[in-house]
Design a protein around this ligand. Structure first.
Ligand code: ZN
Length: 444
């Protein structure tokens, strides 16, 4: 790859850079030069210059803290390879895979296998270790050994069965090694009371109080340890924000994420067919909750946007809402959903980029070894180029995920990823002049 990308808006949140028009020269997988104008001198140029409207954006590759790859356990829904390819199409260069696979990633051996399977993926796939064996909340995994095997964090995501004392111990031991514990904050005991006959993971009735109670319990566990790093996953309820803000004011190390689907305005859209495509844990909530999430994202109370990409086979999303599996795929629609339905376009675009790059990097922390998301001369390129104005229709043809469980299938969204370069390799491109690389490393 040797190309000059002309006339882009470079947004590099960590450097405080937001400049347009800029030329960016990428050669042999590295950013060779970055300037107002680069003389081509025979190097091929792709000109993104716009006469009017929003310029095309070039920024660090997105980091997704929350992805389900179903590997091992359900290759009919997704594999590491298809999930990573979907991530590339969505502009992500780094993704964090959850541990609720079958079997769950709750031992150093299983983690090493998963990391091995991720080596040739299109983007960098990191793994969390389960916090408890089998995610059942009874006994902690060997925290130090799992982190030693390469886990970037601990998480029982999908479940929240561990009592506070166990969470405290996990926070302390992971925190000692600079790793966060990612908590899926839904109070399972309360959910069971609302749904005496349903399984906790699949039942539909999960009022906001079940989330707020779990947030408070997790904060309490954090407060009882020293050095813990707590990260709250997929916040959805307005009431969760106060305990989060109070914990941060007390000096606790606490971060949080929100999903594109919890940021989206759903009221304006007709329900998908089947309606179970909108079933997700935690559920889509009121306009008031949604507005509170957006405000919290804008003011920095929420650090990151994470997709909770949850692939399911079509036979798991049926007309029977109650028995259908919760969750939706999200890697490929994250950017467009945030722009089109999440009110994050226009002057808010830099915030959107920050919450997809520097924000999640901050959550993972330095100990994760993930390099800073930057657009910097001399560095191996981990970048995405996207057109915030381009409309596209989510369809079978555009999706790389093995699953199709998105409520936006057939919907026209605005904001399209044009090019993703991960660790110096072109892993997604809509431009025939920049072909997607094969598996060979790009000379870096
Ligand atoms: Zn979850």
């Amino acid at each position: 790859m040797n190309v000059i990308l002309r006339g882009v808006r470079v947004i590099d949140p960590l450097a405080g850079v937001d400049r347009a028009p800029q030329d960016v020269w990428i050669e042999a997988g590295r950013i060779r030069a970055l300037d107002d104008r680069i003389e081509a001198g025979g190097v091929p140029v792709i000109d993104f210059t716009r006469a009017g409207g929003e310029p095309v954006v070039l920024c660090p590759g997105f980091i997704d803290l929350h992805v389900h790859l179903r590997d091992p356990g359900d290759s009919g829904a997704e594999t590491t390879a298809t999930g990573a390819r979907a991530a590339a199409a969505g502009g992500f260069t780094h993704i964090v895979a959850m541990a609720n696979t079958d079997p769950p990633h709750d031992s150093p051996e299983l983690l090493r296998d998963a990391i091995e399977r991720s080596q040739n993926a299109a983007v960098r796939v990191m793994h969390v270790a389960a916090m408890t064996h089998g995610l059942d909340g009874a006994a902690l995994v060997d925290v130090e050994a799992c982190i030693g095997a390469g886990a970037v964090a601990l998480s029982d995501d999908g479940r929240n069965a561990a009592p506070g004392a166990l969470l405290s111990e996990a926070l302390a031991r992971a925190g000692e090694l600079g790793r966060p514990v990612l908590v899926h904050p839904e109070d399972e005991a309360a959910i069971s009371r609302f749904n005496p006959f349903g399984g906790v993971t699949r039942c539909s009735d999960r009022p906001p109080e079940t989330e707020v109670a779990a947030v408070k319990a997790a904060v309490k566990a954090l407060a009882s340890t020293a050095g813990g790093r707590l990260h709250l996953q997929h916040l959805s309820a307005a009431g969760s924000l106060e305990p989060l803000r109070l914990a941060r004011q007390r000096g606790l190390t606490i971060t949080a994420e929100v999903t594109p689907h919890h940021l989206a305005r759903w009221a304006a859209m007709s329900p998908p067919e089947p309606a179970s495509l909108r079933k997700v844990n935690p559920p889509l909530r009121s306009a008031n909750d949604r507005a509170a999430m957006l405000q919290a994202l804008l003011d920095g109370t929420i650090d990151a946007i994470a997709t909770d990409h949850a692939p399911h086979r079509s036979d798991e999303k049926t007309n029977n809402y109650d028995s259908s599996a919760p969750g939706m795929i999200g890697l490929e629609t994250a950017l467009a959903a945030c722009i089109t339905l999440g009110d994050l376009a226009g002057r808010r675009l830099p915030v959107l980029v920050e919450r997809l790059t520097a924000g999640p990097h901050r959550v993972l922390g330095e100990a994760s070894g993930v390099k800073e998301p930057r657009v910097r001369v001399g560095e191996v390129a981990d970048i995405v180029v996207f057109d915030p104005d381009a409309g596209w229709t989510v369809s079978d043809d555009t999706l790389f995920s093995r699953s199709r469980n998105t409520p936006w299938l057939g919907t026209e969204l605005r904001g399209r990823v044009l090019l993703t370069v991960a660790h110096g390799r072109v892993v997604h491109s809509l431009d025939a002049r920049i072909p997607v690389a094969d598996r060979e490393p790009a000379g870096v």
